[in-house]
Ligand binder design. Sequence first.
Ligand code: ADP
Ligand code: MG
Length: 241
Amino acid sequence: MTTLQTATVEPALALENLTLRYPDGADGVLLALDAVDLAVPPGQMLSLVGPSGSGKSSLLAVAGTLMRPSAGTVRISGVETQTLDGRRLDRLRREEIGMIFQQPNLLPALTAREQLVIAEDLRGGSRRAAGRRADELLDEVGLAGSGQRRPHQLSGGQRQRVNIARALMGSPSVLLVDEPTAALDHERSADIVGLLGRLTREHRVATVMVTHETEFVPFTDAVATMRDGRLSPPAGTTPRG
Ligand code: ADP
Ligand code: MG
């Protein structure tokens, strides 16, 4: 069946009424996320923009189940994460969520291919299957010939490609990306955003990309803006244009 029925597809990532408070260091609290609603279906990439300190990274941390919200719901592929104990939550995070940060935190002693294989080792998968998948993914991100290189032998853009490939090793349904191009020049940045868009479609992941570079927003499926912990438009999946 090839009919696309986006409206009825269950979102891979659904945030409902999400609220996050930090202690503010004095007596009060800081409202980092204020009743945020967001739904991203598989195969769609959302740009998340907004000023520094508006809550973008906090949103990714809560969506990625690294932090529990003060209130509200994080649903990943239909699973309400607040009902899970720590062990189940760890497993869901390993199996369903890929994360990419500004600085690719690669292990200096490992080759590109080993960075990917070791990620799968932690998941308990077979090493031979992991090796095959690593080769496929390195090929997909344009690093087919570079699997034996270590991070210092790769450019900044190539290291970010390894990082992206590694995030896809576990076949996640949700990809959370925080300022992936902040350390790259303009041309490499455009390539990385284009790559993330293609992988989002081909791997049918729901991608949220935080970016301060609004010029890349037109290359994504939707855009939402954070301001003082509030998201607009609230649904976040309003098509651009
Ligand atoms: P952004 O990614 O948009 O720059 P953040 O999510 O990092 O915003 O921060 C949102 C707000 O929460 C800011 O006011 C920031 O200072 C505050 N904040 C972030 N992390 C913490 C923390 N661990 N403890 C207390 N306050 C925090
Ligand atoms: Mg941030």
